[in-house]
Every structure is written in structure tokens, then in C-alpha cells.
Design a protein around this ligand. Structure first.
Ligand code: NIG
Ligand code: FE
Length: 416
């Protein structure tokens, strides 16, 4: 199938020479073409340009044309961090926090991650697939075109494998591009309370070999935090995971500075995520690495943690990515438009910086730089067309309003 989108008011994030990431002052630039056209064939972007240079079409047979007068075209958001497979919501903990308890206090009482673990172990793969598909469809209509999904609510061999098999199934059922991450080290399960090293041995000696054999994950992640896993344990687990062909990621410096960034850099993590308690030493460590610092504005906002030092990171020359962290405990929304708005409003990132962070840089955080994250010839035709809006800055400005009119995934127009 061929698709031509013409009279595009502004074609956003266009690249003649695709980059794998954007850092520092380069993040202030968002390459665009005004009054543009874009051609898609099958599931790929095949060409684009200015309307005044439109070459004309020789063969109109089977060509579908969309007139985007007054509208903008964006590459779909890349959401490089989510926990979208879960069994139940946790609004009671939300109410408990309103009434004064902290996330950590709730966790100590058996709530938090362990609450989701209890519920996930009770439900079938089919139920998990059904609810996760609903969420995937929802975020797709909000402009997400690629998403990473973590395990980590199983925490036993059987339940972690169940979660990862669900994610594998979702890859075939959803049109979205999906990457899978093994997060067995999300918390220490109740059965291993006071026996953390035994649980780590279970991860390394039983979970990882089976996951590698069934090819169930692309990445391995660890929640490096006080009361969860230390920096040393993070290094131990991720080094073992690398031996099984899994690329490291880290949940780092979310609730305290616990050494997750330095641990991630040491093991060559593709991304370190959260970063609310990032310090200057961490910035220095990141500067000498290929690791993508990734902020999760939804979780920071929902838990009311301090702002990650986004400006400081960018101003010191680092790249920065944005993801949603969609999960029932700390970010019950996967709406990337809202994450981009939060980054602009709260962290003083410019719209250009935030859009770069949620496209090219978040594609890097999930190993998709070559195929996603920008409008470039040969890339996957995952894009969205806005309603008639005045400029790309209107999108983060008009927070929580829906500026998206049409979603195209793999070259297909998606009907809600
Ligand atoms: O990224 N920090 C650890 N994991 C999730 C929260 C998971 C949960 O509360 O269920 C996060 O914020
Ligand atoms: Fe997370």
C-alpha cells in the first residue's frame, strides 16, 4: 500500500542523515520542513520534501492521499520504560499517600511492588494479555509507536517466565514495536525476605538461563535503591545478564542516591532511568559513557519526588531521554504527550529538547535508533498527524488536551 500525506503544515523531526542520539545544545534544534509532503510504502517511510518541490505522481493506482492542511506530522513517541503488564490497579495506595504515608512505608507494609506481585501470580496469561493489550491500544492512540515492557511483578521463576511470555505474545498481537526487559530484581519477594543473596542466585542461576534459552528478553534491569538492590548487587546481576546476551538497564537514583548510575555506567547500561537524586559525580560518570540518561516525569510527578536535574544534564552536554514508566504504583499513565508537557513545565526543558528526548533519544534507550524516533527514509512508518494546531510548541503547552487526530503504525491508519 502507498500513502501520501500532502500539505503538511510542519513535518517535525525530519532527518536527511539520521543520528543515533542528540546531546547538549544540539537538543535545542528540532529539524522540520514547513509545507511538506511525506510518502509511505508498505510499512516504511520512502520519501518526503517541500510541497513546492513535489515531484508529482506517475502511478496513482492504489494510492491513498491524506490532506494535512493546517496539521503537523510527528514521528511516533518511543516509550523506552514501561511496566504495562500488570494484574490490577493500586488506587488504595494512592489514597494512603494522600493521607500521609510514603511510597517506602507502603512498600514496608507489603504494599507497593509486592502488592502487584501477589495479584499477578493469581491471574492467567490470557487475562494479562487482554488487559495489557487494552493499555497498549490506549497509548498507541496517544501517539506511542514503540514501547519497552518490563517483567518484575512475578519474582519467582514461574511468574517471571509467565510475564515474559505474555510480553512475547504482545509482540505478535500488537502492531506496536515492543522490546522486552527482564526485571527479576525489582524487589525481594516475601519468600526470600532476609535471604536476598539466595534470591539473587535464583535470578542468576535459574531465571536468566531459561530466559536466554527461550529468547524472552532483550534487556535486563535492576531496581537499585535502598531497601531493594545495592549498587554491588546491581553490578553482580547485570554482569551475569550480559553473559546471557541481555543488555543492562538500571532503575537509578529514584528515591535516594544509591549508586545506580555509576553501576549502570560500569556495566555499559544502554540507559539509566529515573534520576531524581542524580548528583554531579553521576553527571561526570555519564559524560564518559554511551549510557542514555532517561527521565520518567510521570513517576516523579505522581510520587512528588524532587525534579531530576534535567537542565543541568543537558547544559553539561549530556543527551536526555523521556519515557512514561507506565505502572500501577508510581505512574498510572502512559501518555507521552503529558510526559513531554511535564518536562517542559516542571524541568524547564524547551519543546525542542523534550521532543528530541521523547523521539530520537528514547529510541536509543530501547535500541531502536536505526528504525524509529525520526522521519527518515527507510525508517518505520510510525507517525501521528495532529489536529489543526499553530505550532509544535502547542503540543506540550496544551497539556492534557489531545492534539492528535490520526495515528499511523507500520504504514496503516489506526482506527480507535
Ligand atoms: O519505576 N521503581 C521501581 N519500579 C517502578 C514502580 C513499580 C511499582 O510501584 O509497582 C517505577 O517507579
Ligand atoms: Fe520503572
Amino acid at each position: 500500500m502507498k500513502l501520501l500525506i500532502k500539505n503538511i503544515k510542519n513535518l517535525v523531526q525530519v532527518e536527511e542523515n539520521p543520528r543515533i542520539k542528540v546531546a547538549g545544545t544540539d537538543m535545542k534544534t528540532l529539524p522540520c520542513i514547513e509545507d511538506a509532503w511525506l510518502a509511505i510504502e508498505e510499512d516504511k517511510i520512502i520519501d518526503f520534501g517541500k510541497m513546492e518541490d513535489f515531484p508529482g505522481i506517475v502511478d496513482w493506482s492504489g494510492l491513498q492521499v491524506i490532506d494535512a492542511t493546517g496539521k503537523l506530522v510527528f514521528p511516533s513517541w518511543c516509550d523506552s520504560h514501561s511496566h504495562i503488564v500488570f494484574a490490577a490497579s493500586r488506587e488504595q495506595e494512592f489514597v494512603d499517600r494522600i493521607n500521609g504515608l510514603t511510597y517506602q512505608e507502603i512498600a514496608k507494609r507489603g504494599g507497593g511492588i509486592l502488592n502487584s506481585v501477589k495479584k499477578l501470580r493469581e491471574v492467567s496469561e490470557e487475562e494479562l494479555i487482554e488487559s495489557a493489550l487494552k493499555r497498549l491500544n490506549e497509548v498507541m492512540m496517544q501517539g506511542t509507536g514503540a514501547i519497552e515492557i518490563k517483567s518484575g511483578y512475578g519474582l519467582s521463576v514461574e511468574a517471571e517466565l509467565k510475564m515474559l511470555r505474555v510480553i512475547k505474545k504482545l509482540k505478535t498481537l500488537s502492531p506496536l514495536t515492543i522490546k522486552a526487559t527482564f526485571l527479576g530484581a525489582h524487589a525481594v519477594p516475601t519468600e526470600y525476605k532476609d535471604r536476598k543473596q539466595d534470591y539473587i542466585s535464583l535470578i542468576i542461576n535459574e531465571m536468566l538461563p531459561q530466559i536466554a534459552e527461550e529468547k524472552l528478553a532483550d534487556y535486563c534491569d535492576v531496581f537499585c535503591e535502598n531497601g531493594y538492590f545495592t549498587a554491588e548487587e546491581t553490578i553482580q546481576i547485570l554482569t551475569a545478564a550480559k553473559g546471557f546476551g541481555l543488555t543492562p538497564k538500571v532503575h537509578a537514583e529514584q528515591l535516594s542516591n544509591s549508586g545506580g548510575v555509576k553501576a549502570g555506567v560500569k556495566v555499559g547500561a544502554i540507559s539509566v532511568d529515573h534520576l531524581e537524586y542524580l548528583n554531579d559525580e553521576d553527571i561526570a560518570a555519564l559524560k564518559s559513557s554511551e549510557t542514555m540518561p532517561t527521565i520518567l516525569p510521570g513517576a516523579q510527578f505522581f510520587l512528588q519526588e524532587p525534579f531530576p536535574p534535567a537542565r543541568k544534564m543537558i547544559d553539561s552536554g549530556l543527551p536526555l531521554a523521556i519515557a512514561s514508566d507506565y505502572n500501577p504504583g508510581s505512574s498510572p499513565s502512559g501518555n507521552m504527550n503529558f510526559m513531554v508537557s511535564l518536562a517542559c513545565i516542571q524541568y524547564k526543558m524547551t519543546p525542542e529538547e523534550a521532543i528530541n528526548a521523547a523521539t530520537i533519544n528514547s529510541a536509543y534507550s530501547m535500541g531502536l535508533s536505526k528504525t524509529h524516533g525520526s522521519i527518515a527514509i527507510g525508517k518505520q512508518a510510525n507517525i501521528f498527524i495532529t489536529k489543526e494546531i499553530s505550532s509544535y510548541s502547542f503540543l506540550p503547552y496544551s497539556f492534557s488536551n489531545n492534539s492528535i487526530e490520526t495515528v499511523i503504525i507500520n504504514g496503516q491508519i489506526i482506527n480507535a
